[in-house]
Design a binder for this molecule. Structure first.
Ligand code: SF4
Length: 389
């Protein structure tokens, strides 16, 4: 499978993607399976009711965002969490880098996080001399390959088993094997050592609970729990729209996220952090920092694209999109891809025209709206963007 030149113009990237005979079959195979398990999981309950309730909750958050953020900040501080505010990605990167350097961090372990991808945090930390290790298996593989993720939930969806085997052989110096269990075991051993070595853990945040000041990260591999509990410093980078009002709201979102993203009733792990380790606790980080990042989100509201801030990053709209299924994620050339990426990439960017081709890279078939767990009217937003660009 050819690697797409991310610096090439949009049409060239698309041509490269379409010219790769392995890409679309690999993506279709994976996305069809995800759609199947999603349909089963949503069909086994009143999926429509769940979608409506989640949308209602997220709309309430957006309407009252300043109040919920103030409540969240108050409760974070009451729990001993250090709160930082970042207007943009540059500020957010400086804050995280500063925390790492002040604490003498040399190795940073990371859980999968689109917010950190959004600001290219790995690059910022590496420029400062820190070693950054992705610990989600898919993210670990693409980090070894030197590529960005190509899907919100399944970062390595574009790679075939043969290619992953080659990466492990070349980068980890392990005997050539096509056995996924052997490859996973090799990664596990190496990652465990990194966890023991790391001085700082970094994650995103699936949602943060305002009434309790709690950070929640949802994973299936347990790496998120290790990132948030083993290093002495734990840093969370979250978009300001990730706040939810109550524990019940968090459980509502957890339920819809798992069903919509991976077809699970519940993820294997949901790690909740409400502050640093207390004197009577055997483990946990000595410091917890949260960076609350705007980075274009308020501007999205002002530009009239606030509905896209309801997104819970489940990836279902990518899976169902006939364009994404053909060209994959890298051809979009932005951190976020698929239908939601075609909306938020230009809407988040300081220059709205920066990703002007993306709203046209859609068929407006409406499948994304029908599958979205928070009923975002993506076709309408895409048409509005076409008019605005
Ligand atoms: S727009 Fe909807 S379907 Fe797409 S990632 Fe966000 S929540 Fe999921």
């Amino acid at each position: 499978m050819a690697v797409i030149d991310l610096e090439a113009p949009f049409k060239e990237r698309v041509a490269q993607a379409l010219g790769d005979s392995h890409l679309a079959p690999a993506i279709v195979r994976a996305t069809d399976r995800l759609l199947l398990v999603r349909a089963k999981a949503m069909g086994s309950i009143d999926g429509e009711k769940l979608r409506s309730q989640t949308r209602q909750m997220k709309e309430d958050v957006l309407r009252n965002l300043p109040d919920y953020l103030e409540q969240l900040e108050r409760n974070f501080k009451a729990n001993g969490i250090v709160v930082h505010w970042a207007r943009d990605g540059v500020e957010a990167g400086e804050i995280v880098r500063g925390i790492g350097l002040q604490n003498g961090a040399k190795t940073v372990v990371k859980a999968k996080s689109m917010a950190t991808e959004e600001i290219h945090l790995n690059h910022i930390l590496e420029q400062a001399g820190l070693k950054v290790v992705e610990t989600d298996l898919g993210e670990y593989i693409i980090q070894l390959a030197g590529e960005p993720p190509s899907h919100i939930v399944a970062p390595v969806i574009h790679k075939r088993l043969e290619e992953i085997a080659q990466i492990f052989h070349e980068k980890l110096d392990m005997p050539r094997t096509m056995d996924p269990t052997e490859m996973t075991s090799a990664a596990r051993v190496r990652l465990r050592n990194e966890f023991f070595d790391a001085q700082m853990g970094v994650s995103g945040c699936n949602f943060a609970i305002a009434e309790t000041g709690t950070i929640c990260i949802v994973t299936n591999e347990g790496n998120g729990r290790m990132v948030s509990s083993m290093p002495k410093v734990y840093v969370v980078l979250m978009g300001i729209e990730k706040v939810v009002p109550t524990v019940e709201d968090a459980l509502l979102q957890l339920q819809v996220l798992c069903r919509s993203a991976t077809g699970q009733q519940l993820s294997v792990y949901c790690s909740m952090t409400s502050g640093p380790r207390q004197a009577d606790q055997p483990d946990g980080p000595e410091q917890v920092h949260v960076v609350l990042m705007d980075n274009g989100r308020l501007q999205m509201l002002e530009r009239g694209y606030g509905e896209a801030l309801l997104c819970i990053r489940c990836g279902a709209c990518l899976n169902v999109c006939p364009v994404y299924q053909e060209i994959g994620g890298h051809a979009y050339g932005s951190t976020y891809n698929g239908p939601i990426g075609a909306v938020i990439s230009p809407a988040l960017a300081p220059e709205i025209a920066r990703f002007k081709e993306l709203p046209h890279a859609t068929t407006l078939c409406g499948a994304c709206r029908d599958v979205c767990p928070v009923k975002i009217d993506l076709p309408r937003l895409l048409v509005d963007l076409r008019a605005d660009l």
